[in-house]
Design a binder for this molecule. Structure first.
Ligand code: ADP
Length: 272
């Protein structure tokens, strides 16, 4: 058939066309098939991710029902804590899924000026609460640097990178957050950690939905496996790039790099 190369799917239709003649219509449905495959994978993954906490939760409910009286107060409290933890995990999962679906279904709007420094400060407070004094934090935020964008979307991208830095940096490590202009006239949001790092082979897969290097570590820290997929999506909707630099065992730098066209000149007013 000439073009297309290998691994392509074509649909063929033969239709009667005049007396004794047929019309053959071929359509390249490779892309449609791939999308359908991705969709099915995603549904299977979501079901699996929800089933695990649900199984644990219903297991504890049964235990409490069956041996409620035989349990000590301490045991009962422990079970209830574990149940609450599973419920929180499901809430986080559903909330991330809703964020992803809204990113996919809403048109990309122009957006007003966003003070990323303010978003970073809010995220920093949440990250510090999660760290509970186990990490040293440093922030270098350009308070005047603004970009055109969507506040809530950027807040989740900015927050995800910081929360990950806490999750994947052992106690005693340090985390630096930077919001600055770049030499080309663009802007960069960077989160640097001295954490566990990532091997070069894993880096390209990090933004896939539900990809985790260490499933149990992600789970134990409350991760849903969707944070970086969301951050990358938000970056793309702002014409930005999510850049990941890392050295295994030494730490990582996650950056969102905005092009000059997104940066608001001084005195820029919201057009809306
Ligand atoms: P999760 O909810 O599991 O953190 P993410 O999409 O945010 O999901 O991240 C995907 C995976 O990327 C994580 O499970 C972890 O293996 C890896 N990762 C993310 N951030 C870091 C980091 N700062 N240092 C090392 N590994 C990281």
């Amino acid at each position: 058939l000439g073009h297309g190369g290998r691994d392509r799917t074509l649909s063929l239709h033969l239709a009667p066309y005049g007396v004794g003649q047929f019309l053959m219509v071929t359509r390249d449905i490779t892309q449609i098939e791939r999308l359908e495959h991705t969709r099915k994978d995603f549904v299977a993954n979501v079901s699996h991710e929800l089933r695990t906490p649900l199984t644990v939760l219903s297991g504890f409910v049964e235990t409490l029902q069956d041996m409620g009286d035989a349990l000590s107060d301490t045991q009962r409290d422990r079970y209830l804590d574990l149940m609450a933890q599973q419920a929180r995990h499901m809430q986080a999962l559903v909330s991330d899924l809703l964020t992803l679906s809204s990113l996919e279904s809403t048109p990309n709007q122009e957006g007003g000026p966003v003070l990323v420094a303010a978003l970073a400060r809010t995220a920093l407070a949440q990250a510090q609460a999660l760290s509970d004094g186990q990490h040293a934090f440093d922030a270098r935020l350009d308070e005047a640097l603004r970009i055109r964008g969507q506040d809530t979307e950027l807040a989740s991208a900015v927050g995800n990178l910081l929360i990950n830095a806490v999750r994947y940096t052992p106690a005693g490590g340090s985390i630096t957050v930077v919001w600055e202009s770049t030499p080309d006239g663009g802007a960069a949001y960077r989160v640097k950690d001295t954490g566990i790092g990532i091997s070069p082979a894993d880096i390209p897969r990090l933004t896939e939905r539900f990809f985790r290097i260490d499933r149990s570590r992600s789970r134990a820290t409350g991760g849903t496996g969707l944070g970086l997929a969301i951050s990358k999506h938000v970056a793309l909707r702002h014409d930005a790039v999510l850049d990941i630099q890392s050295t295994l065992g030494q730490g990582s730098v996650f950056s969102i790099l905005f092009p000059p066209a997104r940066v608001c000149p001084p005195g820029y007013k919201n057009k809306r």
